[in-house]
Design a protein around this ligand. Structure first.
Ligand SMILES: [Zn+2]
Ligand SMILES: [Zn+2]
Length: 360
């Protein structure tokens, strides 16, 4: 018996069995951490759009699974040898950490070409089957097993849980998109879609010295939230006329937005596609325009360990300027997970936070 686990060595977890079935609260045994592993006490998990897509049946995941991958937690036990952070520190009990949703080997051809998120032996937190020793693999639980080869980063105490939770999903994905787009300093940036990705892309573009940042979204309430979050950005309806953009971050996944953004690209411009994460209709792109205007179109899915560290570095340097904590619009105890999901589906907040330590 250990004071970390007062009653038994188990963890409450919300288990997903399929769309239309309420998440089931279960007690799951907490394994002893082996080499390169750690047990993490989860302090907050924000529910991502992709979690809601899974729960709504818009994407299919193997079940049973414990959803949730935007997680902040504190290390309570470590295996021998201890896991190592992306900056080379040995993890210790008490460390407050964020870790990549992707667990990659680091040695296969994809990892070696900087596509760790497409590793041949990829595992993903919040997406794997929750059975056996590795069952505690999602954020909607009191504890999680940090697996060997996880990309882990220490979180600066100046960042609140709400500010730091999306670091390993939206913020790191935007950091990866920025890496693909190249420098935005002195450039005109257009962002389509004012959800978590779009707002983060706007903040990061402003922070990195873009001269003009505009956010486009057809939804009035999302536009007003965007204006509050990012007063230095121009917040526009999709059809608003504007000058061409040097860089587009397409965060909406909407076919019309992709086509419109393509036509707004200045000569030499780059469009990074981030938002199209569900099957959608094909879009029409004129190849002659790509050639004659020397355009670049790239896609990014997830991110590398370096992008996670870049995301946390960005948050610590910018959280005084952008109210990331306000994007977590409401929190719920873990026991109220089904109420939290229902509220998120109905209200469409940027994020809802689950606090495993809170009492229902
Ligand atoms: Zn996510
Ligand atoms: Zn690999």
């Amino acid at each position: 018996m250990n004071e970390v686990f007062p009653e038994s060595r188990t963890s409450l977890a919300a288990v997903f069995h399929g769309s239309g079935i309420p998440l089931e609260l279960q007690q799951i045994p907490v394994p002893k951490p082996a080499a390169g592993e750690a047990i993490v006490r989860i302090t907050c998990c924000t529910v991502c759009g992709s979690d809601l897509h899974t729960i709504a049946g818009k994407r299919i995941e193997p079940t049973p699974t414990i959803p949730g991958h935007e997680i902040i937690g504190t290390v309570v036990e470590i295996g021998e040898p201890a896991p190592v952070t992306v900056t080379g520190q040995l993890l210790q009990p008490g460390d407050r950490i964020s870790w990549s949703v992707c667990v990659s080997c680091g040695t296969c051809d994809r990892c070696l070409q900087g596509l760790n998120q497409k590793c041949h032996t990829l595992q993903k937190y919040g997406h794997d089957v929750a059975t056996g020793r590795l069952a505690l693999s999602g954020g909607l639980a009191e504890f999680m097993l940090l697996r060997m080869n996880s990309a882990v980063a220490i979180v600066d105490p100046a960042l609140s849980d709400a500010e730091a939770c999306p670091a390993n999903c939206a913020t790191a994905t935007v950091a990866a998109a920025m890496r693909l787009a190249g420098s935005v300093t002195g450039k005109r940036v257009r962002i389509t879609g004012a959800g978590m990705l779009g707002l983060t892309a706007a903040a990061m573009s402003i922070f990195r010295g873009a001269t003009h940042v505009e956010i486009r979204d057809p939804d009035l309430s999302r536009r007003s939230r965007a204006s509050d979050f990012c007063p230095d950005a121009a917040v526009l309806e999709p059809d608003h006329e504007a000058a061409d953009a040097d860089v587009v971050f397409e965060c909406s996944g909407a076919a019309a937005a992709i086509e419109k953004s393509f036509h707004s690209l200045a000569i030499g411009g780059t469009m990074v596609l981030i938002g199209s994460v569900l099957p959608g209709p094909p879009v029409s792109l004129d190849p002659e325009r790509i050639i004659r205007r020397c355009l670049t179109i790239r896609g990014i899915h997830n991110y590398t360990p370096e992008d996670l560290q870049a995301a946390l570095d960005f948050l610590i340097r910018s959280h005084d300027r952008f109210a990331f904590d306000q994007l977590v619009e409401r929190t719920f105890p873990l026991a109220d997970i089904n109420a939290a999901v229902a509220w998120a589906m109905e209200q469409q907040p940027i994020r809802v936070g689950i606090l495993p330590g809170a009492v229902s």
